[in-house]
Structure formats: C-alpha cells, structure tokens
Design a protein around this ligand. Structure first.
Ligand code: GLA
Ligand code: ZN
Length: 660
C-alpha cells in the first residue's frame, strides 16, 4: 500500500531534503507526488531542460524508501510560455485574454500549448523512465478549466459539431434552431454560448461536451508519450470528487486508475455526517469500476485567502478510513509542509511553516502504520454494492443549463437519497447510464434529466426482469440533443412506473409548500418544497399523497409492480431527511436489500473479495458510540472497545473488522 504526501522539494533548500525524507520514512510514508507545478524549474527557458535538482531530490527520497509519482507540469505555465506564445492564454467571455500569474489558465485547443505540453512531458518521460524511484505519473493537475472563448476554440467547436452532425440540416434539427429563427447556413455562423441562461440549451450542452473532450484530448496527448516511453509506470490523474464540469468517465478511460483530492473538513459542523465525501468516493470508484487512490487528503486548515477549521484529534485518521472503506488503495496527504510563499501559504500541511513534526504528522504516522498492517488484507477487496445510482454528467450539465426549478441541483438531489442509504448501512455504486443494471437489486436514477430512448428501454427491461427502479421529478424529460421528448412524462417509462404526469409546477417563492401525507407503508406528514409533479397513478399505488384541495386525485410518491420488479416514483422535492429515509426503506425492502441499525453518527461499509469480508465502522461524531457487530467478527484495527458483540467507538473512532 502506498501512503505518503504531496511534496514540493523546490520550495525548500536542498539541505532540508534529508530531514524531510527521514521524517517521511519514520512515519511509514513510501510515496510522494511531486513536480506537478515545477515546469519553470524543469524547463527554465524554452527547450533547455534541467532535471538535476529533481534527480537529487528523488535520490534523497529513494534512499529513504520513498518512491515518486511525477506530475506532468502543465497546470501552471512558466512566464516564458506566455511571453513567447501569448495565444496560449485562455480568453474569457469578454474576449479578453486571462492575465498570467495564476494557474489553470491555458487554452486547451491552442496548438502551441499542446506542443509545449508534449515537449515537456516527453523530456520528463525520457529523463525519468529508468529512475527506479519513479513509479507512476499524474497528468496535469485537477483538469477542469477554464472554458476558453478564443478564435481557435471557436474553430475547434465548429469542427467538432461538423464531425458530430455531418450536415447543417442535422445540426439545425438536433438543436431545434427553428426557434427564434436561429437556423444556420454555415458552420461559422454558430455562436459560442456565452450565456447559459439565454443561449439555446442544446447548443450549451454540446459546448459543455466539446470542452470536456478538449481536456480529454489534451490528456490523451500526454498519455500517448508516457505509455510509449514509460510502459512500466502507471498513469493517473487527480480528480475532484463531485466536480462535474468534465465528463469524468471519459477522462478516466485512458488511465490505469483514478485518484482524487479530498478536502471534506469545511463541510458542515464538526461531527456532522460527511456523506458527500462518501458519495464522491463512490463516484470516483465508479469512473472505472475499480478502487482508487487519494492523491490529496486534507492535512490541516486550508484556504487561499481565509482558511477553515483544523482537523480535530482523531479526525485526520477518520477521514482516511472513510475513504479506505469506500475503496481507496493509496493515501497521500496534501501537503507535506505548509509553504511560506505564494497563494497557498495557508493551505496547511502535516507540518506547519516551522517544519516540526507535531500532532498532525503523528496522527498521519499512526494511520500509515495501521494501513500498512491492513494492506495484505485489503488486497483484492472492494465495495460490492447491491444498489446503484445512475450518475450522469450530461444530465448534470443539462440541469445546470436549464434547471426548471430553483435549487434543482442534480447532485444534491442524488445526495439526499444516497445519504439515506448511508444512514442505513447500505453501500452503493455510482454508475454511468451505459452500465449493466442487471447485477443490482435496486437502481436509483434521480434527476436523470437526459433520457435517450435506448436508456429508457434498458431501464424498462431491467424492471420487467425483476429490478427495482427509483425515478423522480424532472427525470427523463429531454433527449440526448437536449430537446424535450414529445411524450407525456415519464415517457417510455410510463409502464414501468405506472404513472402519468400531465402537469407540473415549480415554486419560486420558498413560502409555497404542499402538505404530503404518508401512507401506512411510508408513515408520517411531510412538506414539499420547490417542485411538484401532478402525478396521476395509472397502475401504481400511492405511497404518499398531497394534502391540497387542488391536487385531489393526484399523488406524490408511488410504487408500481411491473413484470417481476417495481418502479418507484417521487413527484416532488421534500423538506428534511425523514421522508427520504422512509422512502429509501420502501425501495430497499422491495429490492430485498438488508439494512443495518446503526447509532446516529456511525457509517458502515464493507469491502469484500479474495475470500475476505472487511467491515469498516467510522464514527463521524464527537460522541462515544456503541455499534453492534456481527457474531464472530474479529477486530483488525481500532477494536479495543469490542466486547460482547458491541464495539465502542470513541469520538472520530474508526475500526476495521474481519467478518470472513
Ligand atoms: C488543489 C490542487 C493542489 C493545491 C490545492 C490547494 O487540490 O490540486 O495543487 O493547490 O488545491 O489549493
Ligand atoms: Zn481557446
């Protein structure tokens, strides 16, 4: 197992490197990621390369048993690049080039930038291919921006559209350009959608796809070189969890595995459930359907201007276990030592500015040592979920482009349901719409705005064959071009869901809310917010109805028997967690998925494989909690409090138990 830190030897005098490497070794760290922002140090002027400093640093690290992942440094360009090739700077919506001096500011269609990128990557790869301390590569850094509105991007977009649609007739039809008389008669007439609130939504969707493709292509250019020169090294990229401006499935395709940057500390109050970080981890595992690494893990208070709270005792370890429980096979803390210069002075590392190995270092050291002990047992295991969420970038984009109702955030709507599952100890996979649904007992497809007919038919077949499908408001509304389907919703899923939605509405005024009355199976009274489908049950039975005079005959949530399976539909957004807990329980029951009774604050996950089953219990709260554990469970780490089938977990405690 690789455990370590993000390290910037170029920030410190070489005399310090020995101390750093010794401290890393003492902590049990065996990997660093480095050089991803060191382009200017490696190519100080065009075509003149200097890797001597990095050779020395790698040597010091290597002597201490610390291997290296090298970052291709194209996330931040040297000053000479911009000076010589001003066109590489991205252009904003206002037509002005961005100012140099921050990072992530290049145009991804710029030929000059692509060539310069290939050259530094080739020089690095040739130089380091034989270095025994180098084990792999990280491409660029956190791909994701900016969108560029320069002439080169305009041309590239037009070519992209031409390749996709073949003819202007096809484009005019797909984008529905009869509206507002926008039919085009030449590719060059197509505008760049500078305003998602006003431009044609189909055009915006294609622009989003195009920009994603530009990043993927830029990465592929680098990977071609790395694969050729360094066939023994792995290649990964540091993804950003729930960041969704790019199609991460595409970006992950060419990589050996996914890694990601996890900074959950500022989400919520201390001790609140950080299920967002779990969901992000599941999204990361879903990109390739396999385990991932953490390439940057919270090490302290962080921010560029102001910073947030510190990790409390035990929290740093707990954050690590949450990720390992979801499939992390590598753990790298960002950063080793807080830097004294530049924009990230307050993005604190394991070590403070003083370079002393204090509390945070000690906790990471303890965690590293435990993880090494666990490593042989983790090997070959992953999360094997019976439940999946369809996680679709195109639907997320389309929702951003035209949300329909206020606060319609596709990921947040998924998170609400996902959190209900986590609270009942149910593991979930996050899968692309193209995945095979048949291996799952239940599939949640919330906010799946974009619904090609083929996908609707696959979902219908899944339910008919015995699957349990959850669907909700504003799902299945548009086709892959972003045009509304010419069918009564839920369109091709009407049979599977047994409902018809002829009318719907949104509430701009947050004071409007409808009463929701649960049924015997979904007991309770709730309140809707922001959105309401007037759901007519056809073959479906009501699980909840509206308590409003004008919605007599309409219902809020339904269950429908269809073939051998069930289709569930929720027509509104509901305030609070309780309703989602109750609804998720109905869905899981129909799917025969077992749930756990967990004390509030404890998250449970299972990793299995290679004949082993490992139960992870993580206490996110600041209370001491007692979690029941299955008979025969054997504690591997954190099991000091195990007695009579009950595990006592201290605040931020985490334990791993072997079930089989
Ligand atoms: C991201 C980057 C890192 C670092 C941190 C803090 O996660 O990948 O390089 O800059 O942000 O800003
Ligand atoms: Zn551009």
């Amino acid at each position: 197992m690789r455990v370590g830190v993000d390290y910037y030897p170029e920030h410190w005098s070489p005399e310090r490197w020995e101390t750093d490497a010794r401290l890393m070794k003492e902590a049990g760290f065996n990997v660093v990621r480095l050089a991803e922002f060191a382009w200017a140090d490696m190519e100080p002027e065009e075509g003149r390369f200097d890797f001597s400093w990095l050779d020395k640093a790698l040597d010091v690290l290597g002597r201490n048993g610390v291997a290296a992942i090298l970052g291709t440094p194209t996330g931040a360009m040297p000053a000479w690049v911009k000076e010589r090739y001003p066109e590489v700077m991205a252009t904003g919506k206002d037509g002005k080039r961005l100012e140099w001096g921050v990072r992530k500011n290049n145009c991804f269609s710029s030929g000059a930038y692509r060539l310069l990128s290939e050259r530094i990557v080739a020089a690095m790869a040739s130089h380091f291919k034989g270095n025994p301390n180098v084990i792999g590569w990280q491409t660029d850094n956190e791909f994701g921006g900016p969108q560029c509105f320069c002439l080169s991007c305009r041309d590239s977009f037009h070519s992209w559209l031409r390749r996709k649609y073949g003819s202007l007739e096809a484009l005019n039809k797909a984008h529905g350009l009869h509206f507002w008389g926008q039919k085009v008669s030449a590719w060059s007439q197509i505008p760049l959608p500078v305003d998602y609130g006003a431009h044609n939504p189909s055009l915006c969707l294609d622009w989003q796809r195009f920009n994603s493709d530009l990043n993927v292509r830029f990465q592929a250019d680098q990977l071609r070189i790395l694969r050729e020169l360094c066939p023994k090294h792995f290649a990964t990229h540091n993804f950003m969890g729930l960041f969704s401006d790019l199609n991460y499935y595409d970006l992950a395709k060419d990589l050996d595995f996914v890694s990601w940057d996890n900074y959950p500390v500022d989400e919520g109050l201390p001790g609140e459930f950080p299920y967002r970080a779990s969901m992000a981890a599941d999204v990361m595992r879903g990109l390739k359907g396999k385990n991932f690494w953490i390439m940057e893990q919270t090490a302290g208070p962080h921010g560029w201007g102001t910073y947030g709270r510190n990790v409390r005792p035990g929290e740093l370890r707990k954050i690590a276990y949450q990720q390992v429980s979801r499939g992390a096979d590598g753990m790298i803390w960002f950063r080793w030592r807080s830097c004294t210069a530049g924009r990230e002075q307050y993005w604190h590392g394991l070590l403070g500015h003083d370079g002393k190995a204090l509390r945070r270092y000690e906790e990471a050291k303890l965690t590293a040592q435990e993880l090494h002990k666990l490593a042989p047992l983790l090997e070959g295991t992953t999360v094997e979920a019976k439940v999946a969420f369809v996680y679709d970038y195109e639907s997320i984009w389309a929702t951003q482009i035209q949300p329909g109702f206020k606060e319609n955030y596709a990921k947040e709507r998924a998170l609400r349901l996902y959190s209900a599952l986590r609270r009942s100890g149910v593991d979930a996979d996050m899968i692309p719409p193209s995945a095979d649904f048949s291996k799952y007992s239940a599939v949640f497809a919330p906010a799946l705005y974009i619904m090609p007919d083929a996908l609707a038919k696959r979902l219908d077949a899944y339910v008919k064959a015995g699957g349990v499908l959850f669907f909700n408001g504003r799902s299945g509304v548009k086709d892959e071009s972003g045009l509304c389907h010419e069918r009564t919703l839920p369109g091709l899923l009407s049979d599977a869901l047994g409902v018809s939605i002829e009318e719907y509405e949104a509430f701009n005024d947050s004071r409007i809310s409808y009463k929701i009355r649960g049924s015997a199976e979904l007991p309770g009274e709730y309140a809707s917010k922001r959105y309401c489908d007037w759901v007519k049950p056809l073959s479906a039975e009501a699980l909840a109805s509206y308590g409003e005079w004008h919605l007599d005959g309409y219902v809020a949530a339904t269950r429908n028997r269809y073939g051998k399976g069930f289709g569930f539909y929720l027509g509104c957004e509901v305030d609070g967690d309780a309703f989602y807990d109750a609804l998720a329980a109905c869905v899981l029951k129909a799917a025969g998925v077992e749930t756990l009774k967990l004390p509030e604050g404890v998250e449970a996950s299972v990793r299995s494989g290679a004949g082993r089953r490992l139960l992870f219990l993580v206490n996110h709260s600041e209370k001491e909690l007692q979690a029941p554990v299955p008979a025969g469970a054997k504690a591997l780490v954190g099991g000091e409090g195990l007695k009579d089938g009950v595990l006592g977990l201290g605040r931020y405690g985490a334990a791993v138990l072997r079930l089989a």
